[in-house]
Design a protein around this ligand. Structure first.
Ligand code: FAD
Ligand code: NAD
Length: 401
């Protein structure tokens, strides 16, 4: 008898929670567990807009994996996954390889530029700690050089955010608080700095509750955020976005928040993709391999009621991890696997640190202070799931006002 080897790829929400649950469900004698991640830390991707705006320290959003997962129980491999060879049950890493009996593919999201000309080359994207920290530093650099440059070009201070989905909206919310701080620090008049959100649809947050959308938009406008609605970005140049085919909006900082897709390792490994992700079976397995589970932003899970897939969120990724861990145990013991059922607890979006809005439970709307507290509870809960109360005390959010 050789112990089955379970390999988890990715230490995001889905990978971390699956690993934790597996250590609770299986003894060290029952299976070997390996967790592979590019870095030696996990990060809260739901906080990255704050890192990118510079309203939290990047270290608050990251957690050393060995602080929350026992390295004596789980083998931790810090390396980048290059490819999965499904036929030979092997994972190719940048610096080695691993074989597996059961694989959990949870490498998360990548920015999706939909092939828009110049976007990859000329715009930043909020993808991980490194890319978010770079945005923060780039914005600060633009402020620091302004008074030193002879031309004092106001456009160099402008921050252009392409895409008015939740990421774009939460990001401009943080910027509306960061910009006044930077203006003070670098002796720049606030009126010289534009924060512009560009959205192709007729409203921001298309499809979200109209009343909340109106509330969020007004709250941000009151703090100086400009919206360009019905403005489709067709190109990104070194100077800014080209919208509606011929208008150039110039800015010194350009960030694309227009959409995400599954990790490109999926495509490189020959998985059958539907818009960049795998349509998984109801038990969360890859339809073409019984021993591969695909979770979080790398998979589509169908909402049977609407006939459309659920949007990719941390909330669903965490819930999928619970089901996947239970199904892995069932698979090892030849027992029937369970279907994943999503329990939607709602959506709360921050609008900076002092305002927020969203819906919880079956449509209860929250605004303002109540929503801010609810968002903090959600953010702290995610820390709790990954590292217990100790992690909340270390990295949690407890802002009162
Ligand atoms: P990820 O969290 O993306 O984790 C993937 C992990 O894999 C990372 O650790 C990464 O470093 C690692 N990795 C990637 N490639 C490789 C490789 N080749 N080799 C090795 N390791 C690799 N959802 C909500 O529910 N609520 C929110 O409030 C919310 N806010 C958000 C705010 C922002 C700014 C963003 C960008 C997203 C937000 N989301 C939110 C969505 C949520 O973050 C994602 O749905 C969630 O992170 C998906 O989890 P995951 O485990 O699939 O992947
Ligand atoms: P998204 O796909 O939800 O939004 C992208 C937006 O960009 C859309 O409004 C789209 O109309 C717009 N867009 C696309 N192409 C465009 C173009 N050419 N020109 C102008 N506008 C264009 O992506 P996201 O905001 O990155 O969110 C990704 C996922 O993460 C979603 O599932 C979201 O729900 C989740 N998320 C949740 C929260 C939260 O719950 N608080 C916060 C952030 C992200």
């Amino acid at each position: 008898y050789t112990k089955p080897k379970i390999v988890v790829l990715g230490a995001g929400y889905a990978g971390m929670v699956t690993t934790k649950r597996l250590t609770q469900l299986l003894s060290a004698e029952e299976a070997e567990i390996v967790l592979v991640n590019k870095h030696n830390y996990h990060y809260e991707s739901t906080w990255l807009h704050e890192v990118a705006a510079g309203t939290i320290n990047p270290n608050q959003a990251r957690v050393m994996i060995s602080d929350v997962i026992n390295p004596n129980r789980v083998r931790l491999v810090y390396d980048a996954v290059v490819k999965v060879d499904k036929d030979n049950q092997r994972v190719e890493l940048e610096n080695g390889e691993l074989d597996y009996d059961i694989l959990v593919f949870a490498l998360g999201f990548e920015s999706n530029t939909f092939g828009i000309k110049g976007m990859k080359e000329n715009a930043f994207a909020i993808e991980d700690i490194d890319s978010s920290r770079q945005i923060r530093d780039h914005i600060e650099y633009q402020f620091s050089r302004y008074n030193n440059s002879p031309e004092k070009d106001d456009a160099s201070l402008a921050i252009l955010v392409g895409g008015g989905g939740f990421t774009g909206i939460e990001f401009v919310g943080e910027l509306s608080e960061r910009v006044p701080e930077l203006c003070k620090k670098y002796d720049i008049d606030r009126s010289k700095v534009r924060i512009i959100n560009v959205e192709a649809g007729p409203t921001i947050l298309p499809g979200f509750d109209e009343e909340l959308v109106a509330y969020g938009k007004k709250s941000l406008e009151d703090r100086g955020v400009e919206f360009r609605l019905g403005a489709k970005i067709s190109e990104c140049t070194e100077e800014g976005f080209i919208v509606n085919d011929d208008e150039l909006i110039k800015a010194g900082t350009v960030v694309w928040t227009g959409g995400v897709t599954g990790n490109s390792v999926l495509g490189n490994s020959g998985f059958e993709l539907f818009r960049g992700k795998v349509n998984v079976n109801s038990d969360l397995r890859d339809p073409s391999s019984d021993h591969v589970f695909i979770l979080g932003d790398c998979s589509w899970v169908m909402n049977e009621e609407t006939g459309r897939p659920y949007p990719p969120t941390a909330q669903i990724a965490i819930q999928e991890a619970d089901t996947a861990a239970a199904n892995i145990k069932a698979l090892l013991y030849g027992e029937p696997l369970q279907d994943f059922v999503f329990d939607n607890k709602g959506t709360v979006a921050s609008l900076g640190k002092k305002d927020a809005m969203g819906t919880i439970f079956e449509g209860t709307k929250l605004y303002g202070r109540k929503a801010v507290y609810m968002k903090q509870i959600i953010d702290n809960r995610s820390l709790y799931i990954i590292g217990g109360p100790k992690l909340i005390l270390k990295k949690g959010k407890f802002r009162l006002f």
